[in-house]
Design a protein. Structure first.
Length: 309
């Protein structure tokens, strides 16, 4: 209003890195809640919102730092559902878990699902498409100022394996993931809120997944970007593990029987510098990241004693 004396405002301060998320001195554990009928390892187990919320609380009680709630399967060959159906599945679960004080992530590729999920109490967005499936996602995340998982992704689940062709998978994934991160930052996402995920299984065959796991330290640093980004690894129960552990007749190990192997991968990933591992069964993986943290600390303190560094 004319004649009004303007009030001096303090400049806005940048939010802390990954604000709103736990900060333990070890890799975090993200527990999976699939509110879907067709997810590859536990589809249909938690379709009832009350059962899904109960499962989320159980994961947290077992040691999950973050509970990742998703309403649309991203398994190979999965067909898309409507945004309305996805919202119907996840919002009651997110609301209940957030009200109980849990740190909740929403696993979605849709801005129209992410925004209501954040309003319902989700603290971060886990987008397996890195905003390629919905370019509006970056704006939603930027406006909310929440942590954002940007995953390497080439195509929707229905035809992802047609795109599983690489020259050098590590170099190609680093380059494409770097371009994707640069894109979301240009769209307004705070670089301090970005988490990267190499997208194990997404347009990748077994040999690609193993090569990426062996190169985890390289994947946190991306071409063209100055920062090193926190790294999320989601290997739990994926089919490349079942193929490795196949019976003598070639029958792959069932998904739920690969949890011990997932624990081994969680320990190796944490020791290689992963910020978080995304898993279906929490207790063994929670132990694994603690062992990895202690092993790394002992190795670091022993470096001055002439131990292998």
């Amino acid at each position: 209003m004319e004649g009004e004396i303007p009030v001096a405002r303090e400049p806005s301060r940048p939010r802390p890195r990954l604000s709103g998320l736990p900060r333990p001195p070890r890799a975090l554990i993200m527990g999976v809640v699939n509110v879907t009928p067709d997810s590859f390892s536990d589809g249909g187990s938690w379709m009832d919102p009350r059962a899904a919320a109960r499962h989320g609380r159980e994961l947290a009680a077992a040691g999950a730092d973050i509970v990742d709630v998703g309403g649309e399967s991203t398994r190979p060959g999965a067909q898309r559902i409507s945004a309305a159906e996805e919202l119907r599945r996840v919002i009651p679960v997110i609301s209940e878990l957030a009200a109980a004080g849990l740190c909740v992530s929403v696993d979605t590729t849709r801005a129209a699902v992410a925004a209501p999920a954040l309003d319902a109490g989700a603290a971060m967005v886990n987008d397996v498409s890195g905003s390629l499936a919905d370019p509006a996602m970056a704006a939603v995340v930027a406006a909310a100022g929440v942590p954002y998982v940007v995953t390497h992704w080439r195509a929707p689940s229905a035809d992802m394996y047609e795109k599983a062709v690489y020259g050098d998978v590590v170099a190609d994934v680093r380059a494409e993931l770097g371009a994707r991160v640069a894109g979301v930052i240009a769209a307004g996402v705070d670089p301090a809120q970005v988490i990267v995920d190499p997208g194990l299984g997404f347009a990748k065959r077994a040999e690609h997944n193993w090569a990426l796991l062996a190169a985890l330290p390289q994947l946190a640093r991306l071409p063209g970007l100055d920062a090193s980004f926190p790294l999320l690894v989601g290997a739990s129960r994926k089919s490349f593990i079942g193929r490795l552990l196949a019976d003598p007749d070639g029958t792959p190990r069932p998904f739920t029987d690969s949890d011990d192997a997932t624990v081994a991968l969680s320990a190796l990933s944490a020791a290689a510098g992963a910020w978080c591992v995304r898993v279906h069964a929490v207790p063994g993986n929670a132990d694994a990241v603690r062992v990895a943290a202690r092993w790394c600390a002992a190795r670091a303190s022993g470096a001055g004693l002439g131990w292998p560094g």
